[in-house]
Design a protein around this ligand. Sequence first.
Ligand code: MLT
Ligand code: MN
Ligand code: ZN
Length: 304
Amino acid sequence: MHIHLLGTGAGGGFPQWNCNCDNCRRLRLGQIKSSPRTQSSITISGNGEDWVLFNASPDIRAQLESFPPMQPGRAIRDTGICAIVLCDAQIDHTTGMVILREHTKPWDVYCTASVHEDLTTGYPLFNVLSHFRGVNWHEVKTDMQPFTIPKADNLIFTAVPLKSEAPPFSPHRHNTVPGDNVGYRVEDTSSGKNLFYAPGLGTMEPHVLEYMRDADVVLVDGTVWTNDEMSRHGISDKLASEMGHLDQSGKGGIMETLSGLEKPRKILIHINNTNPILDEESQEYTQLKQAGIEVSYDGMDINI
Ligand code: MLT
Ligand code: MN
Ligand code: ZN
């Protein structure tokens, strides 16, 4: 299976339009060893021709331009995207669907019932899209039963419920339900290899750890280095945990968990612009490297 990372930044991207944190400022000035990141999205293909888009970021237009295989040009209006799979209803993961409104038929969208609810109530994106070609919704259950997607040859998908937060506009913002956030296991039946992808992870539950342990590649929440990162930068007094993101450096954090996994290649994704790991010369980046953990970047390709 081919995995292409379209966008590896968290909401806002890197640099964020209104942000003057150390990282954003130094990136603009060319004073940091790093690269810009667009907002969170990956794409996967089992046959090299039909691509499943995981999350549709507001940067999707530029992301598609940056990856020619997704524009095969077989007809006057055409795309290589055969389906869209959503992890949650967050703005950075769904707003790209507005950009994709010119599709010639309804989009096949795979998401849970609670994400569907958010996208037809608090953030009625699907209602808006119904005035274009609309959405053909396929419910993703949270019972961890594998499912397939037409045209996504050789791939088997499993949604894994995660503890994180529902978006600010969700009717169940402070009363999360299973399905507000899911990760996905994607297995390639020809290679027997599998990816575990979870860009928003708030709590490391035992079943999540099992999926990670069994994966060949883990692509997981790299939002923040410390739980109080936003307040440290004078940006917000919200903790990362209140936004449903587990930090990397704390006790029981992502770094500790990942470094204990033997089998998978371990890669962080959905990296917030405040995170010191974006600076390849930082001691935090070095610490990750020593723990065998990679920091993803836009355009990264993984073949398993
Ligand atoms: C998140 O990952 O917590 C959200 O995408 C934040 C946002 O709205 O940008
Ligand atoms: Mn996000
Ligand atoms: Zn910033």
